[in-house]
Design a protein around this ligand. Structure first.
Ligand SMILES: O=C(O)CCC(=O)C(=O)O
Ligand SMILES: [Fe+2]
Length: 260
């Protein structure tokens, strides 16, 4: 990751962002935590569908057998872990057959599932206008999140106080996202979270695997509409990119209909 992010901009940006869940995005593409700010993270995403291609479209700096195997193994392993969790949840919900959550996440069906590698630039929350990762819920079903550094905060349901999530070696954070909330008939809660700068010296690195449903899966969203999984994904990405003023109008979408 360090090797990639420390490379020159043009090399990182060689393929740009061919789709919302695959490619490179430089700092400043999304709205930040404070009013009028933009986030200061850059992100390399590798889509689960793309990495299965014989010659995946990747920037040359990571287009080699070793890096492709690392991405592929990580995505494959994370896919198994998140689908195993889904299967346990289906059993806990007493679901059977097609209604089981994992059955809307079949491997051979196209989805927006992706690996995301993020680097946050350091920033002082008191003086910097460009900090963190705005409050949101994740789009997909489950997120497997790894970071060895502080910065992630969650807003527990019904609470107005943010709490830090302690980074623990050998542990991952698992977030429920909007798609699983909707698929569970809104019984599971999407986790409202954000990232704030902790110190103004070190870069912060995090890695996420976003398990998202098959593109054709349908569910009742927070506004009572029947939406396809890929439609919810694309619409919510537009919200991530909106300005704070615009976001107020669509705030409920940003947090998947959860209050906060
Ligand atoms: O960097 C993190 O710890 C969280 C990132 C995140 O919430 C996201 O990419 O959806
Ligand atoms: Fe997130």
């Amino acid at each position: 990751m360090r090797r990639f992010f420390n490379s020159p901009h043009d090399e990182k940006n060689e393929i740009g962002l061919p789709s919302l869940e695959h490619g490179y995005e430089p700092v400043g593409n999304h709205t930040g935590v404070l009013e009028g700010t933009m986030v200061v993270y850059e992100i390399l995403q590798v889509s689960r569908d793309e990495i299965r291609m014989p010659n995946p479209n990747l920037p040359s700096i990571v287009h080699n057998d070793r890096d492709i195997k690392t991405f592929s193994d990580f995505i494959g392993g994370s896919n198994i872990i998140t689908k195993t969790i889904l299967s346990c949840l289906s059993t806990a919900f007493g679901l059977s057959g097609e209604a089981r959550f994992e059955n809307a996440h079949r491997n051979e069906h196209k989805s927006n599932s992706a690996l995301a590698m993020m680097r946050y630039l350091p920033g002082d929350p008191k003086s910097s206008k460009e900090i963190g990762h705005q409050k949101h819920t994740d789009i997909g079903s489950l997120t497997l999140l790894f970071s060895e550094q502080w910065g992630l905060q969650v807003l527990p349901p019904g609470s107005d106080t943010w709490g830090f999530v302690e980074p623990k070696k050998g542990h991952a954070v698992v977030n429920v996202g909007d798609s699983l909330r909707f698929a569970s008939g809104h019984k599971l809660f999407s986790c409202i979270h954000q990232v704030v700068p902790i110190d103004n010296v070190a870069d912060r690195y995090s890695i996420a695997f976003f398990l998202r449903p098959e593109n054709h899966a349908k569910f009742l969203d927070s506004q009572g509409r029947w939406v396809r999984a890929d439609q919810w994904h694309d619409e919510k990405f537009d919200v991530f990119k909106a300005t704070h003023a615009e976001q107020k109008l669509v705030n409920s979408m940003l947090v998947g209909g959860m209050e906060g």
